[in-house]
Design a protein around this ligand. Structure first.
Ligand code: FAD
Length: 497
């Protein structure tokens, strides 16, 4: 409530925030978590908490009047539709050169993501987080994160036989025929639950086109892992529909935190002021960077250093579809949970997830989300005219990622005698070069902070989310975000500061 005092206040309830809350509470610290999105614990009139990919309603998007689907065309026709403005679960946040997709609600990105829980290859780690001891990460913190998240690989026997993964078997076969390794990757979806969905004994979610706009049953989002564990300590309170707007040093020590309480149309209901001894920025790469850049440049936190706002990357995201031959259908049945990818990182700088396109009809399309080694980095800056934070990413920078992805898909097309789909992202548009699902950086570890996330310039302020990672993780990022948060919070609890 207004005027309250917290020992620790955590801004955001995604991976970094949930790890921080659980470990602080276990160490005896009382924690207030503040989340701008909804709680996502109450079913709508259809009995479901979340809507499906193919029938999106107001629950799908954060404060938009029209959906903004990443695959937004089909056979050259636009498929986005009008929705009413609501604090929905997926934010398609638009900057001048890129749209950044993010989760909104208790659980952050874990509510909307595909659940691919990928640990980077050990030999790539020095390129991801050069200042971090790799032995500690691979011996202690990656295993700790994977266990707490519940990551597991699909049963290969079931994979080989079920209609729901025909699309991925086509992807594997074609990768192999062109000499690329296909690898199974863990996911946090409950694979046993999925087999029960297939058997018809439980309500369906992955097998019922639930993707991107939340998952009602089988996915182990943070709402099923870290967050209930944190709440079970009795030391954590979460306030949904509260957006932090300011953090500044309090006269008597600690920090004054301002926040707006929102209604489900996004209007400010009331503003509140609380104090906290320590504040953890866990608003995601974009949310944390926007807050810190504005607070530094408008005078609330002037001692933050010049690295704040820098080093932002898109994890090299590039999306493309291929048109298969008539004898290679990808299936009218498609599970929404990815389970494997093509690993060409070392040779070509790309790791390509074989992605589902669960439309309910046969499309003969293979869809891929590639993570490429795109080296471009953007920065966030405060724009005094618009009173907004800008991001300097340029759409043309995606060309490097396209070139890397082509090293895989040009060869597969040539082996298979196939072509790219040009009807999925616009009219005659092959590459989706306008978005990222994996924003990373903006308050990079060992530059904007010390080597554990303590913000330079202020005692008791920390960054503990994807903003710490300098732009690329070579694979999908949330396991690395979680493991790094586990490492950092352990040091902060042990050593303070
Ligand atoms: P987030 O999870 O983004 O959490 C930040 C939270 O802070 C959010 O809940 C937000 O609402 C809240 N917040 C922001 N600003 C404020 C504020 N001012 N006040 C209060 N609260 C605030 N990654 C993978 O590893 N595997 C995948 O399969 C995968 N698939 C994805 C699919 C999609 C469609 C998307 C969008 C992302 C996907 N990701 C995937 C990426 C992954 O979800 C993110 O990397 C991850 O969630 C980032 O974690 P975080 O802790 O940095 O922040």
């Amino acid at each position: 409530g207004n005027g309250a005092h917290a020992q620790a206040l955590v801004i955001g309830t995604g991976y970094g925030g949930s790890v921080a809350a659980l470990r602080l509470a276990q160490a005896g610290v009382s924690v207030e978590m503040v989340e701008m999105g909804m709680a996502w614990d109450t079913p709508g009139s259809d009995g479901k908490i979340f809507c499906t990919l193919t029938n999106p309603d107001n629950r799908s998007y954060w404060l938009r009047t029209k959906t903004k689907a990443p695959v937004n065309f089909f056979l050259g026709f636009p498929i986005d539709k009008a929705i009413s403005k609501y604090t929905g679960v997926l934010d398609a946040e638009e900057f001048s050169g890129i749209t950044v997709y993010q989760g909104r609600g208790i659980g952050g990105g874990s509510l909307v993501n595909g659940g691919m829980a990928v640990t980077p290859k050990r030999e790539n780690f020095a390129g991801i987080l050069p200042s971090i001891n790799a032995d500690e990460m691979y011996n202690v913190y990656y295993p700790r994160a994977n266990a707490a998240l519940g990551a597991a690989v699909i049963d290969p026997n079931w994979f080989n036989n079920t209609a729901w993964y025909q699309f991925a078997r086509v992807g594997r076969k074609q990768a192999g025929r062109s000499g690329f390794p296909f690898v199974f990757v863990p996911d946090v979806y409950d694979w046993n639950y999925m087999q029960q969905e297939d058997a018809g004994t439980v309500p369906k979610s992955a097998l019922a086109q639930e993707l991107m706009y939340g998952n009602n049953y089988g996915k182990k989002s943070l709402q099923k892992t870290y967050i209930p564990a944190a709440l079970a300590t009795g030391k954590v309170n979460i306030s949904p529909l509260h957006k932090v707007t300011s953090v500044s040093p309090a006269p008597g020590g600690g920090y004054t935190v301002l926040m707006d309480q929102l209604d489900t149309s996004g209007n400010v209901v009331t503003s509140k002021q609380v104090t906290a001894d320590k504040v953890f920025f866990a608003a995601g790469s974009v949310g944390t960077s926007k807050l810190l850049v504005r607070l530094r440049d408008t005078g609330q936190l002037p001692n933050l250093n010049g690295q704040v706002g820098q080093g932002w990357g898109d994890n090299g995201n590039i999306m493309v579809g291929r048109a298969n031959q008539i004898w290679d259908p990808t299936g009218s049945k498609q599970a929404t949970i990815p389970c494997g990818g093509i690993d060409n990182w070392t040779a070509g700088g790309a790791f390509a997830e074989v992605a589902p396109l669960p439309t309910g009809i046969e499309t003969w399309a293979s869809l891929y989300l590639s993570i490429t080694n795109n080296q471009h980095r953007a920065q966030f800056t405060w724009n005094n005219t618009t009173q907004q934070v800008d991001l300097s990413w340029q759409q043309a920078w995606k060309q490097d990622g396209i070139t890397m992805a082509k090293s895989i898909f040009d060869r597969i097309n040539s082996t298979e005698g196939t072509i790219y789909r040009t009807d999925l992202f616009g009219v005659y548009k092959t590459w989706n070069d306008t978005l990222t699902y994996h924003p990373l950086g903006g308050a990079v570890i060992n530059r904007a902070t010390d080597n554990y996330g303590r913000l330079a310039g202020y005692q008791g302020l920390y960054v503990i989310d994807g903003a710490l990672i300098p732009g690329n993780t070579t694979v999908n990022p949330f396991v690395t975000i979680t493991a790094l948060a586990e490492r950092n919070i352990e040091n902060i609890i042990a050593n303070g500061g």
